[in-house]
Design a protein around this ligand. Sequence first.
Ligand code: NAD
Length: 342
Amino acid sequence: MSKVKATVVGYGVIGQRLADGVALQKDMELVGVVDAAPTLAVRALHEKGMPYKLYCAFPDKIADMERAGIPVSGTMDDILKQVDVILDATPGGIGAKNKEIYKKYGKKAIFQGGEKNEVADVFFHGYANYEKGLGKTFLKLTSCNTTGFIRAVDCLDRAVGVEKVAVTIVRRVADPGDTHRGLVDVLMVDPIPSHQAKDLMLIMPHVKATGILVHTPVSHGHIITMVVTPKKEITKEKALELFNEHPRIRVVRIADGFNSNTSLFQYARFLGNPRGDMYEIAVFEETIGFSGKDIVFAINIPQESVTIPETIDGIRACMEMQKDRLEAVSLTNKYLGLTKKN
Ligand code: NAD
């Protein structure tokens, strides 16, 4: 099979990481990326020697980019003609407008969590419902939190069945540099149930979910506490074994120094991961415990990079590159270097 050609529209927090992730896939080609303005990320792309060709979303914005010294390879229409699939990582709501353009060119597209679910044929998670994405034209990824905790719930569900979960998200309120969100020093509580708990029920309708979300003034990662009611009783050892075997779950120990969201971010930097990215969620081993037969544990979500693997799974599904879920996710993992070294 020849390489699947992809582009990323919206080279921001998520888009940069999607571009890097796709570029690592040996069976995919990143034809280029699209943005609308000479943002800092676009300027950094230029300073790095333009590893990816840049296309401009709007013809009348090309001059802005060129004034900033950034070479533009053409317009979005030019690149859309060349690709099989588009990864739309524009701010929420813009993807729905872009969808009309993608339709005009008869192209498949994968949207991120900020779009409404109606934007896509399938609300998608690489591990939990890969098969539903097969051959579809429009997929939408779960948000960063949902992507992360579904990995853990699906992992337990496939082994022992999960009856219900309760999820408390301590959510990062802004990405680094999001000054438009204000300088916040407040813990803001949302009404129950959080949209992430509702989203879990859309992806895994057989699991009842609810949860509380507390917005927190930190920018590196979310911490989620989970209460999962299994259908069959499970031991801590079994849960640990399942989490340890999952390529996108990293089990860490508080005793080793992994005692916070920032310890994971630091560790990713010590590993030399670009931007301090980590694709895996982390389960804090010493937080695994029980309330009756319910299993409780805490996970860390690296919000900027966690959705990259499942989005790439989305390419595999909608392009029918692999019919088998595990074959697909394994290839994504292999190319992203998600081998269990930790
Ligand atoms: P961002 O603001 O960092 O990046 C968006 C980029 O899109 C910007 O570079 C902007 O210039 C560009 N853009 C705007 N309009 C455009 C257009 N018409 N055509 C092409 N490019 C355009 O946003 P983000 O944080 O990367 O979020 C993107 C999507 O990913 C949203 O749906 C968001 O909800 C979702 N998401 C974000 C995070 C996160 O941690 N930031 C995590 C998971 C999912």
